[in-house]
Design a protein around this ligand. Sequence first.
Ligand SMILES: [Zn+2]
Ligand SMILES: [Zn+2]
Length: 342
Amino acid sequence: MKAVRLIEIGKPLRMEDLPAPDPGPEEVLVRVHAAGICHSDAHYRAGVSRVHPLPRTPGHEIAGVAEKIGANVKHIARGTRVCVHYLATCGHCAYCFAGQEQFCATGKMIGKEQDGGYAELAVVPARSLFVLPEEIPFVQGAIMMCSSATALHALRKARLQAGESVAVFGFGGLGYSAVQLARALGAGEIFAVDINPHKLRLAAGLGAIGIDAGKGDAAAQIMEATKGRGVDVALELIGLPASMDGAVRCLGRLGRAALAGLTRESFPVFPYDNLLNKEAQIIGVSDHLASELPLLLELARSGKLQIPAAVTRLIPLEAGAINAALDGLEGGTDHIRTVITP
Ligand SMILES: [Zn+2]
Ligand SMILES: [Zn+2]
């Protein structure tokens, strides 16, 4: 089979010809129909996030068809359309039992700690597979397993209640889903903060109120738009200290800021004004949970979460096209998501 692999950190990915892998007793061989290219894949290539050992096939946003079923697998039949929960977990440690399997002691990230979907075929644990309903195209199924799932987890960590207002900082892959998911969960006013006019137009198309952070302090604009009340929930999906600061400052009383963007930099928090006086909360968001995926799939199946073709770009399973897409992610791009369709 063909696979596009990370062979050396800091170098372009390369195509390799590999023998078709065989699934173990608890695994399934999936023929990949769509594999999303994620910002974290660019981090792996650059060495920002350490991938070891090499070579490794990246790709943690996978949808396809079950082709070969491990001997002990009962819940997935050959030919089933599937999408993949990107964590390969043990299922029996304390975190797995508690349904908090993103902290599984021996959990492995597919596409980082084991080979992923930049390939014609991928072996994944059967417990990471979810049936992909016919109504959901493979491309959407793949992307949903990362950006949409994390957006839903962030909204759930922020304990969004029906009628509450939401500010989404960053209208990229996560933000596009977050606005729709907030609406599906019954949110009232939704603000989308970005500096890219194209993305702000897309957000308005989904019914969000665009806030142009390039035209001044986003938190101040949100405070003005809410007549000084602030929002109930703010999501930070970029990983910038300035937008984390904005997400905290735009909160109203009892507001919750859920931070999902990755950064190692700090941002200022003024305890009295930002937190104590409002009884506001700052909440960390890491990955998502398998238990959230059935709701996500149902929202997509029923059309409440859509990722239309217009906001995705399809490329073949070719090293040149994939490296160019990773370059685009490093440089910032208008496309919401690039997806490999082998
Ligand atoms: Zn991803
Ligand atoms: Zn576990």
